[in-house]
Design a protein around this ligand. Structure first.
Ligand SMILES: Nc1nc2c(c(=O)[nH]1)N[C@H]1C(S)=C(S)[C@@H](COP(=O)(O)OP(=O)(O)OC[C@H]3O[C@@H](n4cnc5c(=O)[nH]c(N)nc54)[C@H](O)[C@@H]3O)O[C@H]1N2
Ligand SMILES: Nc1nc2c(c(=O)[nH]1)N[C@H]1C(S)=C(S)[C@@H](COP(=O)(O)OP(=O)(O)OC[C@H]3O[C@@H](n4cnc5c(=O)[nH]c(N)nc54)[C@H](O)[C@@H]3O)O[C@H]1N2
Ligand SMILES: [Mo]
Length: 795
């Protein structure tokens, strides 16, 4: 067991291994100062919640407080390792400024209130609006950070209790494109591959995925393969020189917003050179001819011109992908938050299908998740999908859900697709949406074009409920604030990016009057007096375990089948991958190993959409295209981004993450080690661009788009010319100035209201910007601007 400094040593010591060998265990731990493992009162099983990796860990409890964490050596995901954020992040639970009591707005001020008072206010407003305008006046915006039991309950309340179509998760900003791309290619959401594929692959390709900083433990697994015998080749596709790019065999740095052109170029080469698994394509897919025709127009020379690459690099990358024996691809925000997101992500699915790289060790695609519980938001139907990956356009699926909930079919809205968040905001802006309940997300920092978001949240027409663990930027706009218990203070299950389900147990009591999100939702339902057709209270469950059992029933027979799981089994075994049924009690390592898909017209989650316009396909069209439920090869042509650099705004602006912080920093900004690693916003500028703008390391620069401007200190290097990178973690709150700070530093002051037509995921990584030097920073410290991963660390 090693107590390691996760900041200077983010990936820890190497434990090299060869292809097909088991990944050696290495147990990481961090305990409160001076505490020895022998002094810990109890270790409580849980998993990591500051990314989607699902690393198994135990929470140390001392005198009723969380006092540290220890990775679990036997866990299938992490084999004991922990990410730097997880080593230190638990300290946020005990922050002195946790929300401990409900707040309601009186005379313009948020003031303390009792639960009865706060919830009665929410219930009264709900009932009034239902009577005045009907269910369409109410909307719910939730998270990728609650537990499955909580999402399932919220979905039941919104769709089966209120009967509104307006329920979405912040997964819309995060992995809506992963879900959409999986639906387009395989007829259904659900991660095909497994993390164990890293152990077997001979080529690993990361598309717009900075795994080193965003999934540090998965990256350690890759680094250990790289350090062992017969290492895999690594392909990195990212405009920045990330730690992944530096470790890569080949790094392609395309211009932002050109991913689809690149994918079409790579597929062009795969076909041209006959690197296609003809037998697999014939047996398992439809759509080959259309795909071949589309990509024929993308020879490397043309693609190189669009992407700002060298034709030779594209050929070399295609050869790597085309001649791999076990090819593993991962995809994340560099694709999902960029222009033509779904079409580009589908391009990666096309690649693995053409190469027959599915369902066998070392081969597959990980359309990654970002948040710890994003998978559950999607499968429980707390986003723009119906519970259990059911198809809103299939009446039989809706009827089945109504039977499960014992409510009328007519209650569950399915006149059109569930409303996506960006549309809900539009309804709020125009006044048809009058009630918005926000749980476990901080839209006043994380949504695009913040000045617009603030004006929507601030509108007196909108009744805003915010359920959080801290008084966030968003809470400041609320009419009612509900204090929640957080990870470690409540029990529930969650599922990581490779379908591994973990049980996270309550270790300590929440502070003050804070309550588990599940209890808050259920209390609201009881006060609303929702009833099933038998007259009994709805939802029919009353705590975490009964909610889990109800969710198990709802998932039975669907792709995300939990019917073989129970709390007892998860306690005994640790993480298990769904589907887990009576027939597969150990869970399922890879989907589609038998060449069969969840795409049958009567079973599929979606009938698909046009990849360029997003127009939904009719059931009859789907049946004609894919009568036998095979995988679908789908193609689209590249079109230019809506906002391109011009004379006034000559740079491409992209935004994203750094190792030490999680999102809007409500947790990591309160943790001394993580805060110190990256205390302030910075801007990444290439050497040539810095020189042209007269900028030196540490200078203060202003970056502007037509929406606004942000001031940040400059970090020189690490990015291709013509592109600027701004981390999006920094809102107005800070431990040192809780009430906010002068000057704009939130990246989303600059982003715009635009989304992918298929997944409706906003574009956080495609905008045009101007850059100017403001001045040198007084008493600037020597050395590079702190950003957690410094040059020395990577090398
Ligand atoms: N440390 C840390 N880890 C996290 C999180 C966190 O906040 N902090 N959040 C979690 C969540 S919710 C998510 S969604 C994941 C996200 O994880 P990632 O997707 O790995 O993170 P990002 O930094 O958003 O984006 C990845 C890369 O996309 C590149 N990129 C930008 N534009 C383009 C483009 O047009 N094409 C290509 N090919 N690449 C482009 C950026 O340079 C960046 O390096 O991380 C999870 N893990
Ligand atoms: N410019 C730009 N913007 C982006 C992105 C980007 O790359 N660039 N990435 C997008 C992505 S991928 C994501 S996932 C989003 C993330 O955006 P957000 O969801 O807004 O980010 P978080 O800071 O994680 O917000 C989660 C909130 O939940 C609270 N919370 C934590 N645990 C609990 C709990 O158990 N119960 C309750 N009730 N509350 C809890 C936290 O205090 C926090 O306020 O940002 C998106 N926005
Ligand atoms: Mo995310």
């Amino acid at each position: 067991m090693t107590q390691r400094d996760g900041i200077t040593d983010p990936w820890g010591t190497r434990t090299p291994y060869g292809p097909g060998e088991p990944w050696p265990a290495r147990v990481d731990t961090h305990l409160a100062d001076g505490l020895r493992p022998a002094d810990v009162d109890r270790w409580v099983p849980s998993a990591a919640v500051l990314h989607s990796n699902g690393d198994g860990l135990d929470i140390a409890v001392k005198d009723g407080r969380i006092a540290g964490v220890r990775g679990r050596a036997g866990d299938r995901v992490n084999h004991g390792r922990l990410d730097p954020k997880d080593l230190f992040g638990w300290q946020a639970n005990a922050s002195p400024d946790r929300l401990t009591t409900p707040l309601v707005r009186r005379d313009g001020e948020l003031t303390e209130a009792s639960w009865d008072e706060a919830l009665d206010l929410v219930v009264r407003r709900s009932k009034d609006l239902l009577a005045e305008q009907g269910p369409g006046a109410l909307g719910f915006y939730t998270s990728g950070q609650l537990f499955a039991e909580e999402y399932y309950t919220l979905a039941a309340i919104a769709r089966g209790g209120i009967g509104t179509n307006h329920l979405d998760g912040n997964t819309r900003l995060c992995t809506a494109t992963a879900a959409a791309a999986l639906k387009e290619s395989f007829g259904c959401d659900g991660q095909p591959a497994s993390y164990t594929d890293v152990d077997h692959a001979d080529v690993i390709a990361l598309f717009g995925h900075n795994a080193a900083e965003t999934q540090a433990v998965l990256w350690s697994r890759m680094l250990d393969r790289l350090a062992g015998p017969r290492p895999p080749a690594l392909l990195c596709v990212d405009p920045r020189d990330t730690p992944v790019a530096r470790a890569a065999t080949l790094h392609l740095a395309p211009l932002p917003g050109t991913n689809l052109a690149l994918m079409n170029g790579l597929l062009h080469e795969i076909i041209e050179h006959g690197w296609v698994d003809r037998g697999y394509v014939e047996r398992c897919t439809v759509g080959y001819d259309d795909l071949a025709e589309t990509v024929a127009a993308y020879p490397p020379e043309r693609v190189a011109g669009i992407c700002g690459l060298d034709p030779g690099e594209i050929r070399e990358a295609a050869r790597l992908l085309g001649t791999a024996e076990r090819l593993l691809c991962t995809v994340l925000q560099g694709f999902y938050q960029s222009h033509q997101a779904t079409a580009a992500a589908v391009g990666v699915n096309n690649l693995v299908l053409l190469r027959g790289m599915l369902g066998k060790p070392g081969a597959g695609v990980l359309q990654m998740n970002g948040q710890p519980t994003a998978e559950n938001t999607r499968e429980c139907g707390a986003d723009g999908d119906l519970t259990g990956f059911r198809n809103w356009a299939n009446d039989a699926h809706v009827a089945e859900l109504a039977r499960l909930w014992n409510v009328d079919v007519a209650k569950i809205p399915h006149y059109g697709p569930p409303t996506h968040l960006m549309q809900m905001l539009r309804y709020a802006e125009t006044g048809t949406l009058r009630f918005l309940w926000v749980s476990a997300t901080n839209p006043a920092v994380s949504l695009p074009e913040l000045h617009r978001i603030r004006s929507i949240l601030d509108s007196s027409r909108l009744f805003l409920v915010v359920q959080d663990v801290f008084r966030t930027e968003t809470a400041e706009f609320a009419d009612v604030v509900l204090p929640a218990a957080m990870w470690g203070e409540k029990t529930g299950t969650f599922t990581n990016a490779d379908r591994t389900v973990h049980l996270s147990e309550k270790a300590v009591e929440p502070p003050g009057h804070a309550r588990a999100d599940l209890d808050i939702f259920l209390d609201y339902a009881r006060r609303m007096d929702f009833r099933g057709n038998d007259g009994e209270p709805f939802p029919q469950w009353h705590d975490a375990e009964t909610a889990f059992d109800a969710w198990k029933d709802a998932s039975r027979g669907r792709p995300c089948d939990y019917s073989g799981l129970s709390y007892a089994k998860l306690r005994e075994t640790g993480g298990i991958q769904w589907p887990c049924t009576e027939d597969s009690p150990e869970g399922t390592e890879r989907l589609y190993a038998d060449g069969k898909f969840f795409a049958d017209p009567d079973y599929c989650e979606s009938y698909g959409r046009d990849l360029v316009t997003g127009a939904p396909m009719e059931p009859v069209e789907y049946r004609a295209l894919n009568p036998d439920g095979k995988a679908m090869l789908k193609a689209a042509g590249y079109v230019e981004a809506h906002e391109k650099p011009d004379e006034e705004h000559p740079y491409h602006l992209i935004t994203g993450r750094t190792l030490a912080h999680f999102h809007t920093r409500t947790k990591t900004g309160r943790v001394p080690q993580l805060r110190a690693a990256a205390p302030e916003v910075w801007l990444e500028v290439s050497e040539a661009d810095a020189a042209a703008a007269g900028l030196a390391e540490g200078d203060l620069a202003e970056v502007s788009t037509p929406r606004g401007s942000v001031r940040a200190r400059v970090r020189v290097g690490g990015i291709r010319d013509g592109v600027l990178f701004l981390p999006f973690h920094y809102g107005y709150w800070d431990v040192e100035h809780p009430a906010g700070k002068d000057g704009d530093r939130a990246a989303n002051e600059l982003t715009f209201t635009d989304w992918d037509p298929v997944s409706k995921q906003p574009l956080f990584k495609t905008a045009a910007a101007a850059l100017r030097r403001v001045g040198a920073v007084a008493m600037r410290p020597a050395g590079p601007v702190p950003a957690a991963v410094d040059e020395e660390v990577v090398r």
